[in-house]
Design a protein around this ligand. Structure first.
Ligand SMILES: [Zn+2]
Length: 189
């Protein structure tokens, strides 16, 4: 697992004893186990729900990120799914928070793993049904891009790149994703 995640798993959530990494009966892989009470700290990816909001004219809305990671780069609105909401509700809430737009999630464009961040990213295509652009510390700029004008070299995450590429292949097979090789270093963290 990523080191930053391992660093947050030191003690048993049930009794506070220090966790030990080792074999568990009936399990194929080693786990973090509490030697006092036997509690196992299972570590799984978290789900990030996101949307590609579409204008009626067929433009895709992206935000320029105002916070780390990838501050200053472009991404789709989205965030961690809360425990009491569906994926559709999560996408609607995050998009409203980060853009001011009301959306109606439609087709799933893709589901992408980003192992270094321990997340799985769900990407909906979404119809904009209300609201208006609203900037925030999270989104310092919001732009509706024509499909041929997506800012490829400044895309924040490889999951965003994959999603926009898959969307383009599906909706605009005549267009090709742009080159992002020069920015690849941004994705290594
Ligand atoms: Zn314990």
């Amino acid at each position: 697992m990523p080191l930053w995640l391992a660093a947050s798993l030191n003690n048993c959530s049930r009794c506070g004893t220090g966790l030990v990494f080792g074999a568990v009966d009936g399990d194929q892989r080693n786990r973090l186990v509490c030697p006092a009470c036997g509690w196992i700290a299972y570590v799984n990816p978290r789900l990030v729900v996101t949307a590609l909001p579409m204008t009626d004219a067929g433009q895709v809305v992206l935000i320029r990120r105002g916070i780390e990671p990838a501050v200053g780069a472009w991404a789709q609105p989205g965030g961690f799914l809360e425990i009491d909401e569906t994926v559709n509700q999560g996408a609607v809430r995050e998009t409203l928070e980060e853009t001011g737009l009301m959306i109606e999630p439609g087709e799933v464009i893709g589901l992408y793993s980003r192992l270094e961040a321990a997340v799985v990213v769900l990407v909906f295509e979404a119809r904009i049904v209300g609201g208006a652009f609203r900037l925030s510390p999270e989104a310092t700029e919001i732009v509706a891009f024509e499909p041929h004008a997506i800012p490829w070299p400044e895309i924040a995450f490889k999951t965003t790149y994959w999603a926009l590429s898959d969307w383009l292949r599906r909706r605009h097979p005549d267009l090709r994703p742009g080159d992002v090789m020069t920015e690849r270093r941004r994705w290594e963290g």
